[in-house]
Design a binder for this molecule. Structure first.
Ligand SMILES: Cc1cc2nc3c(=O)[nH]c(=O)nc-3n(C[C@H](O)[C@H](O)[C@H](O)COP(=O)(O)OP(=O)(O)OC[C@H]3O[C@@H](n4cnc5c(N)ncnc54)[C@H](O)[C@@H]3O)c2cc1C
Length: 442
């Protein structure tokens, strides 16, 4: 049977869209979901380690936009075995507990059983006479009137031109948190990258009383600031019309010249973020590209603050001299042939030997989107050529510039166009808006 809506992806974005569709009366038997694993977990929350925590406090993990405290209230009654969650910046629960929350929310809709579920990867999408045809990894084909791509954060690739062969001690995809137990306590560890995944790795190693030296290599040479207990962000109206220079000026003027570790700095930053998507979309594409080149790295550091637990571990490792942060990039990684040692080459020419190398360099390439662009189904974005061209209502655009009828995307894969759509709360708002439209057209 042809689905009315087929969602490609099985992570948080897909689950949020499903829930918002069901609450808007979309019949479950008209829905199909393609993607491996338990719906709602994905790369972010399908995590087995107790040391990998949410990087925002519970009150900001908002699945239901009209019930902002829902997860925090659920956690208060359901998470009774996590004495380490509480901090002076709020409760930062384990990521796997958020997956349990999502499972609980999905289970509260008995109609979920009527959804056609395909635990496969979607390989390609083509336009049919009426609607779309999706080809799955097992060769099966599925027809749908409308398709929403929610493939999220593709698994990381090694960041160097020539990736190493798989070897014990080399962790290409660290997000599941299933690797720390394989790292010997005295192993010399190299962490590639200095963002939140690197902080997760440091926290986990510290919690396991890791004894060996840890080198963290990142171009910024610093770690993200810690979350504060900011409250009451006042939504700021961005000026219009806006160019890149005005965008920067407005940010500088609103944040002022303060220390970014302070609560007031974060409160002002969050005030800017409330309406930033509309402001970002109003910028010419060239200005967006220039801003990303100039301040993208700084934005990421300021935007993705670390939870207090992870920051505490990183600081303890720095204070004891066990952790060294090197401002550099990793250009090569050679897996040791006979021994378990690996050679890490850096941009400055230095080389480090390590027993374990953890790749915390960020999301990789979305293979489905690359295929759609390569097949000429979807046009590439002008300044982000691996990403799709799309419209403000999340419709993907064909190579001839015409928005497709019934082909959409949501989640992190839309951030190049929509702006800051990366956290659970903003994804859910985006999913709710799209669900409204899809349900109304059913
Ligand atoms: C490690 C990590 C931690 C994070 N922590 C937080 C946090 O604490 N708080 C917060 O607000 N945000 C966090 N985020 C941000 C995160 O982007 C969102 O919260 C959200 O989880 C994204 O969900 P998603 O479903 O779009 O992507 P993903 O979680 O990446 O899920 C995508 C899913 O689609 C599937 N898929 C991929 N390709 C295909 C295909 N071709 N066919 C079928 N299925 C496919 C994948 O297998 C995966 O299950 C985190 C992100 C990461 C990566």
């Amino acid at each position: 049977m042809k689905a009315s809506v087929c969602i490609i992806g099985s992570g948080y974005s897909a689950a949020a869209l499903t829930l918002h569709l069901l609450t808007r009366g979309m019949p479950a038997d008209q829905l199909a979901i393609i993607g491996p694993g338990q719906l709602g977990q994905g790369q972010a929350y399908g995590c087995v380690s107790n040391d990998f925590r949410l990087n925002v406090r519970a009150g900001l993990m908002r699945l239901w936009p009209d019930r902002p405290d829902h997860f925090a209230e659920w956690a208060a009654t359901h998470i009774t075995d996590d004495p380490d969650a509480g901090t002076n910046a709020g409760n930062f629960f384990r990521r796997r507990d958020f997956a349990a929350y999502m499972a609980d929310q999905l289970a509260s809709f008995p109609a979920m059983a009527d959804i056609s579920r395909h635990e496969q990867l979607a390989e390609s999408i083509s336009k049919g006479t009426e609607g779309w045809q999706i080809t799955l990894g097992n060769g099966a084909a599925l027809d749908a009137s409308r398709v929403v791509i929610a493939t999220g954060n593709p698994a990381p690739d090694w960041p160097m031109k020539v990736p190493p062969a798989d070897a014990p001690g080399l962790v290409r995809v660290p997000w599941r948190g299933d690797w720390p137990e394989r790292v010997a306590p005295d192993a010399e560890v190299v962490i590639i990258g200095g963002g939140l995944t690197a902080l997760d790795a440091l926290h986990s190693l510290h919690r396991r009383a890791h004894d060996g030296a840890i080198s963290l290599i990142c171009p910024e040479g610093m770690l993200p600031p810690v979350q504060t207990d900011w409250q009451d962000a006042t939504p700021l109206q961005w000026p219009t019309p806006l160019r890149g220079t005005g965008f920067l000026r407005f940010m500088r003027q609103e944040i002022g010249d303060q220390d970014w570790s302070r609560t007031e700095w974060q409160r002002r930053f969050e005030s800017l973020r409330v309406n930033i998507s509309a402001a970002w979309q109003s910028l010419p594409e060239d200005d967006q590209a220039r801003l990303i080149r100039r301040i993208g790295w700084l934005w990421s550091l300021a935007r993705f603050r670390a939870g207090p637990q992870a920051t505490g571990s990183a600081q303890a490792l720095l204070d004891s001299g066990q952790l060294t942060i090197r401002r550099d990039i990793v250009t090569g990684l050679t897996a040791g042939a006979d021994t378990a040692r690996h050679l890490v080459s850096l941009g400055t020419g230095a080389r480090i030997e390590a027993d374990a190398v953890i790749n915390c360099s960020g999301a990789g390439r979305d293979r489905l989107m690359a295929r759609l662009i390569g097949d000429g189904v979807v046009a590439a974005h002008q300044t982000a050529p691996r990403r799709p061209r799309m419209t403000a209502d999340l419709t993907l655009v064909g190579p001839d510039g015409t928005p497709h009828d019934g082909l959409f995307a949501i989640g992190p894969g839309t951030a190049h166009f929509v702006g800051d759509i990366l956290g659970a709360a903003s994804i859910s708002r985006q999913a709710a808006t799209l669900a409204e439209r899809l349900a109304a057209d059913t």
